[in-house]
Design a protein around this ligand. Structure first.
Ligand code: AMP
Ligand code: ZN
Length: 473
């Protein structure tokens, strides 16, 4: 079987076929850095992380581009409210995004174009659209995209033309437009924009880019530079971006280049809280730093998200997170056990067979439109059956370890190693040496006392032919 993905454009699961294999160009809409991203935003970024990692596992060379929206209505408003200039206001939130991303073990994109640093490409794109006659200057001085000039408009969101509503981030001054559905490409500079430093000169007037335009310009600029193409293999984001954001990105990009903008569109469903979308607006949000401060292992957050398919809504609860935490712990114990066994016994054996079966199930699950819940179920089946095989003294640990390691390059859900204090390490080593001496002198009472002493400080020891090993529990 090969990878198949649900393409929002066709509303069906299609075999995945990039334009120039093994290369895959992937563009994902990044965070708007007006504030801290919440874990709803990170559910989308984590689904994209799974996608990217599974593409790599499947042998593709992924070029991952994620933009940072550092100028739009929200960032300007937030900067003004804080009495800061735009870049001054967004800088700490860019850093926070990087910290949270690393905490959640999301692989960094290969490039993070920032909207404020990509304005020349945006100006060029608007000029091109004006030249082609698909954009016009409204009476208010802003530049608009003329939807009527782009017959494919609405194909992604499948909204009938008459149903198309004016999108949330469209310049609201409707009478300046020829058609109320038209959206702003370039918004004429207002005093509020100037005040925070969010205005740039352009041949068609001083102003700032519209949010939709930003993504088209950054995506086209980056794939042109890295890969000499104007067509993305995959464009992804949350379901709320299908309309108007992605619909508008297609219109702008395809009207300018005459080429298909993205071959495959992937959209992740929401993280909810009691059935309502997690959102800053509703005040029902939790940030990644909240979880980190509560000492939540990022592996548990990842497993929690993997346990629901990316195209299904997921309700966040503390109980579900705790359940995922317990799963991660069980997986970690199994992994350590398999690792300890790798020195003993043969490569082949029951454990290797179980792991090979798991690998087949894992691949067929993820090949099927990234069915991570099924992949996780196969993994926990391996933990269950593998533990039983180890109890029965079966071999094959080394081969099993290799397979689990490969799966972890995708899921990445082993528990975070506890930081070990070097003074504790010295103390443990000294105690183990003392216990060895006691055992050699046949003083088993003393040896047991030392074991209890170690356990009291959370240290579990295990004796084997090659010596005594220890771990924190
Ligand atoms: P923003 O920072 O608002 O531009 O959003 C960044 C990404 O988070 C977008 O892809 C959104 O679709 C996504 N997003 C926003 N809220 C949620 C949510 N509750 N669950 C999942 N994804 C979300
Ligand atoms: Zn975007």
């Amino acid at each position: 079987m090969t990878l198949a993905l649900y393409n929002t454009l066709s509303r069906s699961v299609e075999p995945f076929a990039p334009l120039a294999p093994p290369r895959v160009t992937l563009y994902t809409c990044g965070p708007t850095v007006w504030n801290y991203a919440h874990i709803g935003n990170f559910r989308t970024f984590l689904f994209e992380d799974l996608l990217r990692r599974y593409l790599a596992y499947s042998g593709y060379d992924v070029v991952h581009i994620m933009n940072l929206t550092d100028v739009d209505d929200r960032t300007i408003k937030a900067a003004a409210a804080a009495g800061k200039r735009l870049d001054e206001h967004t800088a700490p939130f860019v850093q926070a995004f990087v910290d949270d991303r690393d905490y959640l073990r999301i692989l960094p994109a290969h490039v993070y174009p920032r909207a404020t640093q990509s304005v020349p490409a945006m100006v060029r794109l608007v000029a091109q659209l004006l030249e082609r006659g698909v954009a016009y200057q409204g009476e208010d001085g802003s530049i608009y995209f003329a939807i009527a000039k782009f017959p494919n408009y609405g194909r992604l969101s499948r909204l009938e033309t008459r149903e198309l509503k004016v999108g949330a981030r469209v310049a609201s001054d409707e009478y300046a437009k020829d058609d109320p559905r038209d959206f702003a490409l370039w918004k004429k500079a207002e005093p509020a924009d100037e005040q925070v430093g969010a205005a740039w000169d352009a041949p068609f007037g001083r102003g700032r880019p519209g949010w939709h335009l930003e993504c088209s310009a950054m995506a086209l600029e980056q794939i042109g530079a890295c890969c000499h193409t104007q067509t993305l293999d995959i464009h992804a984001g949350g379901v709320d971006l299908i309309f108007p954001h992605h619909e508008d990105e297609i219109a702008q990009s395809e009207a300018a280049t005459g080429q298909r903008f993205a071959r495959c569109w992937l959209h992740g469903e929401f993280l909810n809280v009691r059935g309502t979308k997690m959102s800053k607006r509703f005040g029902n949000f939790l940030t990644a730093r909240d979880l980190r401060e509560q000492g939540v292992d990022a592996a548990a957050v990842r497993l929690l998200f993997w346990q629901t398919h990316y195209r299904k809504a997921l309700d966040f609860t503390d109980e579900a997170l705790a359940g995922a935490g317990a799963g991660v712990k069980r997986l970690g114990e199994f992994y350590e056990r398999v690792k300890r066994e790798t020195g003993n016994g043969k490569r082949s054996g029951r454990l290797a067979e179980l792991a090979t079966k798991f690998e087949t199930d894992f691949r067929s699950a993820l090949d099927d439109d990234l069915n991570a819940p099924r992949a996780c179920a196969a993994l926990f089946q391996l933990v269950h059956d593998g533990n039983a095989a180890l109890d029965a003294g079966e071999s094959g640990a080394a081969a099993a370890l290799g397979i689990v390691d490969r799966a972890m390059a995708v899921l990445d859900i082993l528990p975070t190693a506890k930081a070990v204090d070097p003074t504790l390490v010295r103390w443990v080593e000294e105690r183990i040496a003392a216990r060895d001496k006691a055992r050699k002198g046949k003083d088993f009472n003393a040896a047991d006392r030392i074991r209890a002493e170690l356990r009291a400080r959370g240290v579990e020891i295990e004796d084997s032919a090659s010596g005594t090993t220890w771990r924190l529990v």
